[in-house]
Design a protein around this ligand. Sequence first.
Ligand code: AMP
Ligand code: GLY
Length: 421
Amino acid sequence: MIVGIIGSGGREHAICHALNKSKKIDKIYCFPGNAGTDAIAENINLDINKFEELKNFILSKKIKLVVIGPEKPLVDGLTDYLESFDIKVFGPSKVASQLEGSKIFTKNICKKYNIPTANFGVFNDINQAKNFLDKSNFPIVIKADNLAAGKGVYICENKDESYQAVKEIFGGKFGAAENVLIEEFLEGEEMSFFILSDGITYKNFGTAQDHKRVQEGDKGKNTGGMGAYSPSRLINEELEKKILNNIIDPTLRALKDFKSSYKGFLYAGLMIKNNEPYLIEYNVRMGDPECQTILPKLNSDLGEIIDSCCNGRLNEIKINWNDKKSICVVLCSKGYPETYQKNIEIKNINKIELNTLDHLFHAGTIKRGDVTLAVGGRVLNFVSLSDSFEESRNRIHELLNNLNWSDGFFRKDIGYKVIKK
Ligand code: AMP
Ligand code: GLY
């Protein structure tokens, strides 16, 4: 089978790497991919927002199945569009993608189906929102409704900050805003929980903990994710049951009530307090860098799993995992998440020697001749597996020291919650 992967990050390189090992798959195209996918697939430089051009290429190359990595094309309806030309797609429909595309859509489902989440209010008028804030306790969380590339969330410590947040959101900082969402601040520890579904049944697809802040000790600005470890230290049988019964099942039921269903990866961002899960948000895709951390633990054939999902036969598949401890450390360009230089050579990259439990997944890289250039904020993902998180991280640090890229930086404390030191 010939498959296509939409996206260019570390997540998509990890998916490409897993599909490249599949017995079912003969060739992979990546749209547009990165220097990592370039080594194992054919990168096609097409704009992933131009659905018709994508479709024409996919049909011309007889691509039978498309895996969509990032949220934007999902929320914009790429699945529905390609399926209307009889192309199989692993990724949710436009209706189901509202779980990520509209925070208010998800909050309303939580309310109707009794899903544990932060208490909230929706306001369509700035003065109403301010009146509510006058009577609120702080900290409080204020969110833009629509996709904002992780930036539309404000954690406000006082009234002034909260006024500023509603002003910015209604002022159109994240696109035209009819509403703001104001919600209670949840205490606890965050966990990423994944399933995949074929629209009929679903299966668990691992847990992880991301490290979103740019500096060690979880300080500084929010980023797309500086590293992750898997499995999460928080998961246990009782918690898993509560997540499935109280959060995942009612959500999938709600989509059925909307005459929809869910096909693809679903990522529940959870806050865990006293072994009780609360939904913070859904993402309609794998996490990044969680995907790079989790996929190397998969023993089963990802091509077979995804194909069975697209054929409504997930119930026929068994998914096997190894029980190694996986860590991913993200190497970033200096300056990220603010401004950084582009087109910087990553010298020494060809000298990195990986053993069978190491992986190097590219993110913001391109290949120019024999040279690998950094073109993004998050550049490379170093992943290592072993019997202990400490050993995995030590190995990654060894690899990073060998690379010794002076234009980059990384957090040395990824996994500090599971590595006592
Ligand atoms: P979101 O884009 O909804 O995931 O929010 C981004 C980050 O803001 C989350 O990963 C949390 O760290 C934090 N956050 C969002 N909502 C809440 C909440 N109600 N209480 C505490 N932290 C929150
Ligand atoms: N790791 C956070 C995300 O993928 O949204």
